[in-house]
Every structure is written in structure tokens, then in C-alpha cells.
Design a protein around this ligand. Structure first.
Ligand code: FAD
Length: 304
């Protein structure tokens, strides 16, 4: 089917901004990733459901991403439809102790708005550069807090095109896990139930966390946060550093000199280079320490 026919099916479902063959590198924090066959960044819930209907009508697989801060999109890109929920769908409201945000909202900005309203509980999110939807899906967390502690409910669009409200308990949160990992659905919006707090004290606390992060993490270079999960009782970064791999380079991908559980893109890195470094780190750590490093970033798409 040619591009014009595909786009006309999207248009007839109310989706006017679909693009074909869109490079995904521009939407990932690693600045790596091949093209999506079709790409949509919906502005409304109606446009989102329209995109899912259009994909269904075309027999096209669909997949959702947020701010691409936990993704390695392979160099061959992603077949089918990629729906990106970002700044275009990011309404937010504060209702008493509740912050209700559309899934494309930046998680950092949702946390900052909560602080400005003297609400405590979401401040752990100020250093997590993802979207609200990605954070719910990943049960993102930092500084001893995680989504599980504050999420009241999330509206989730299922493959059948209907939106259901799932409670915290329904989502079966665990360490960097939610039910959505095994039963795909699209988080449309989420409500966080917070407590009264002192905005000035909260702002001071997050300032200190942010200073610490910029001292210890390579935030000025494109990266994807922690590449591996921390194995029980130890740190992936420590094991990789002890194995002598800090600074190791493959193409334009490098195990960060600053933090060994980060891989940075020095310019034109390819997913294949990052994957080589990841496998090399896993093999070396396995041989030296007998520890199996599990990937935290999600690897999607096809090799070139
Ligand atoms: C510098 C840096 C620091 C980081 N620090 C932390 C940290 O301290 N703690 C932490 O937990 N993470 C951290 N991360 C990782 C990342 O920010 C989180 O995992 C974040 O929650 C991912 O959100 P995202 O919108 O970028 O999701 P993406 O990377 O776009 O996608 C991740 C997964 O979520 C799914 N997804 C995205 N949006 C939706 C949606 N609306 N509905 C359903 N599924 C969806 C995707 O399909 C994919 O499987 C860090 C990353 C970076 C770059």
C-alpha cells in the first residue's frame, strides 16, 4: 500500500498529522533510532483513539512511546505505527491534593507543579526525564520514591479501543514493573494523590538532588539513564567500572567516563554500537564476577 493511501486512512479517522518514514532518533534522549513506518503524535484523546482505529483498519501493528528516555530504538526502525505521547498531549490540573496529568506531560514538570502547589510526594520525579505515561508504565522511581507510592488511578486505552480506569492495585506495580509490561495498553492520563507539604523545603531538597545528579551523571551528553538494573546487593555501575570498562568506546558510543552504568552518544552513535558495548559489559561482568546484568532500557525495533 502506498503512503498516500495509508495517510488517507489516518485522515479519515481524524488523524491529520501522521508522517511516514519518520526518523525516531529525534525523539529519543540517546538521539539514536531508525524510522517508524508511520508516526503520529496525537494532540487529543480522540486523535489517539483515531490513530489506533486507523492502524487496526490497515492491519498495522502499533506501539507507543513517550519521551524516549528509556529506549534503544534499533537502526532499522520500527515497522507499523509509532504513537508518541509528548508535549502535544500534556494537559495538567491540580484538584485539591490530586495532580491529574495527560500522559504526554513531562514527569519533571508534573512534579514541579505539585511542589509549587505545596504538595508533597511527587518530588522524586524531578530528575526523571520521561513522560507521565512512560513513568506509570515503568513504575519509575528515584530517591526512595516511586510511582507506586503516589498513583491513584490511570486511564488506559486497550487494544479494543476502549478506555478503562485502572487503580494502583490493578496495575500490580513492582520494581520498575507494571501490569502494562505484560498486557500492553496506552496510558492516557494519570492521577497522583499527594499530601500537603512545604513547597520551599521541597524545592530545596530537589535542588540538592539535582546538584548530586549533575556531579555523578553525564547529563550533558545524550544518554538513556541507567542501562542495566542494579543486581541485588550491588550496583551495575560499580561492577562495570571494576571490570575496567569505563570509557570503552565502540564507534561513537562510549561507556561513560563519569558513570559506568551510562552509555553516551558522542555524536553519530548507532544502536548496533550501543548493543555491542552492552553485550561486552554483560559478558565481562559475568566472567569476572559471576553476575548477570539485566537490561533496564527497552530495546525495540529491527536491526538495519
Ligand atoms: C538522564 C536520565 C536519568 C534517568 N533517571 C531515572 C531514574 O532516576 N529513575 C527511573 O525510574 N528512570 C530514570 N530514567 C529512565 C526514564 O526516564 C524512565 O524510565 C521514564 O519513566 C521513561 O519514560 P518515557 O516517557 O521516556 O518512556 P519511553 O522511553 O518513551 O518508553 C519506555 C517504555 O514505556 C512505554 N510507554 C511510554 N509511554 C507510554 C504510555 N503513555 N502508555 C503506555 N506505555 C508507555 C513504552 O512503550 C516503553 O516500553 C532516566 C533516564 C535518563 C535519560
Amino acid at each position: 500500500m502506498n503512503s498516500e493511501t495509508v495517510l488517507s486512512v489516518f485522515e479519515s479517522n481524524g488523524v491529520v498529522h501522521a508522517k511516514v518514514n519518520e526518523p525516531l532518533a529525534r525523539y529519543t534522549t540517546w538521539r539514536i533510532g531508525g524510522p517508524a513506518d508511520v508516526y503520529v503524535s496525537p494532540r487529543t484523546v480522540e486523535e489517539l483513539t483515531g490513530a489506533v482505529h486507523a492502524a487496526k483498519a490497515l492491519g498495522m501493528p502499533w506501539w507507543v512511546m513517550g519521551k524516549g528516555s528509556n529506549l534503544l530504538v534499533q537502526d532499522g526502525g520500527i515497522r507499523g505505527l509509532v504513537i508518541r505521547l509528548g508535549d502535544e498531549m500534556a494537559k495538567i490540573e491540580v484538584d485539591n491534593h490530586r495532580v491529574i496529568a495527560e500522559s504526554g506531560r513531562s514527569f519533571v514538570s508534573a512534579a514541579n507543579i505539585a511542589i509549587r502547589h505545596n504538595l508533597a510526594g511527587l518530588e522524586f520525579a524531578t530528575g526523571i526525564p520521561g513522560s507521565v505515561g512512560g513513568a506509570v508504565m515503568m513504575n519509575a522511581g528515584a530517591h526512595g520514591g516511586e510511582v507506586k507510592d503516589v498513583l491513584e488511578w490511570a486511564d488506559v486505552l486497550g487494544g479494543d479501543g476502549t478506555i478503562r480506569r485502572l487503580t494502583n492495585r490493578d496495575l500490580k506495580f513492582d520494581y520498575r514493573y507494571s501490569l502494562l509490561k505484560d498486557h500492553p495498553g496506552i496510558v492516557v492520563r494519570a492521577a497522583f494523590l499527594l499530601q500537603e507539604g512545604d513547597g520551599t523545603a521541597l524545592a530545596e531538597k530537589v535542588k540538592q538532588w539535582s546538584q548530586r545528579r549533575s556531579q555523578t551523571q553525564p547529563l550533558s551528553q545524550p544518554n538513556c539513564g541507567s542501562v542495566f538494573r542494579n543486581p541485588p546487593g550491588t550496583h551495575a555501575g560499580l561492577l562495570i567500572e571494576s571490570a575496567g570498562l569505563k570509557g570503552l568506546r565502540k564507534g561513537d558510543a562510549q561507556i561513560s567516563e563519569k558513570h559506568a552504568n551510562f552509555i553516551v552518544n558522542l555524536g553519530q552513535a548507532k544502536a548496533v554500537d550501543v548493543l555491542w558495548l552492552m553485550r561486552h559489559a554483560q559478558e565481562t561482568v559475568r566472567k569476572k564476577f559471576g553476575v548477570e546484568l539485566e537490561t533496564e532500557v527497552r530495546i525495540v525495533g529491527e536491526p538495519a
